[in-house]
Design a protein around this ligand. Structure first.
Ligand SMILES: [Zn+2]
Length: 270
């Protein structure tokens, strides 16, 4: 998956150090990232020496310091963040998506939501605070579930309605306030495909910075009728597929694809 190469090597503690010329800069504008493209198609991030503007320390990954550069300017190509997965390797994507998550949080935390005063960054940890009313604002991570609904040797695959991503996926959705993630699984499956489920078991999680989320992957068993009632606002397709003829491969990137592969190999948690 996306984070596996980098997992354990991301240093996300807030330990700002002055930027050095060779450090990497994540420069976002609208929904795009500034990159340098080499003749062979490989992408690289601009370094500190190549970017003009204020820098905000983000994290270290594989020993490299990354900075955010809101409102900065530099030479290069702007690539939509959602396009990166098709053009860059996992380490690059992981850095970009994690930086994007932070960037969006900083962007929406510039003012206190309680009193409207301009916030300031805490000196010791990743937090902004309000000098007027004392409100403390921590990075926001939205939990979401993704679930492989299984019935013996069949798994339910879906396609989203009205989205750019047109491949098969699994039922998914964000956790609501006051809900356990297991309840999210049951509710989302009922809402999207009208099925009851049981024996919900956790598989793995994946940080998914593009939506500011943390994806929690589950498998569960069908409970009762297998007749699908599709929520056409959310999905264009929901079908049962046999374990030995799944129509989609693991891309080495997403939890969704890994879960489908694991089911195809009969290795899902029972
Ligand atoms: Zn305030």
């Amino acid at each position: 998956m996306l984070q596996d190469l980098a997992f354990g090597r991301l240093e996300n503690e807030y330990r700002p150090v002055p930027p050095k010329d060779e450090d990497a800069v994540l420069c976002f504008r609208d929904n795009a990232l500034l990159v340098k493209r080499f003749p062979n198609g490989n992408l690289a991030l601009p370094t500190v020496s190549r970017v003009r503007g204020e820098l905000q320390y983000a994290f270290r990954l594989h020993g490299v310091s990354y900075y955010l550069a809101p409102n900065a300017a530099g030479e290069g190509e702007w690539i939509p963040v959602r396009q990166l997965r098709y053009e860059a390797d996992n380490t690059f994507c992981y850095a970009a998506m994690t930086g994007w998550h932070l960037y969006k949080w900083y962007e929406s935390s510039r003012f206190c939501g309680r009193c409207g005063e301009k916030t300031v960054h805490d000196e010791k940890e990743r937090m902004v605070k309000c000098p007027n009313c004392g409100n403390l604002i921590f990075p926001r991570i939205n939990p979401a579930i993704i679930v492989g609904v299984t019935d013996g040797d069949r798994i339910l695959l879906t396609k989203y309605a009205g989205r750019g991503y047109t491949h098969y996926a699994l039922v998914a959705g964000f956790t609501e306030i006051g809900e356990t993630v297991e309840q999210t699984v049951s509710r989302e499956v009922m809402e999207e495909v009208g099925l009851k489920v049981k024996n919900i078991r956790f598989y793995k999680s994946q940080p998914w910075g593009i939506d500011g989320g943390l994806l929690l992957g589950f498998f569960c068993d069908l409970d009762g009728s297998d007749a699908i009632t599709l929520d056409e606002n959310e999905l264009s397709v929901a079908q049962w597929h046999e374990r030995n003829s799944l129509p989609i491969d693991d891309d080495g990137y997403s939890l969704t694809r890994e879960m489908i592969r694991i089911f195809g190999q009969g290795k899902e948690p029972r």
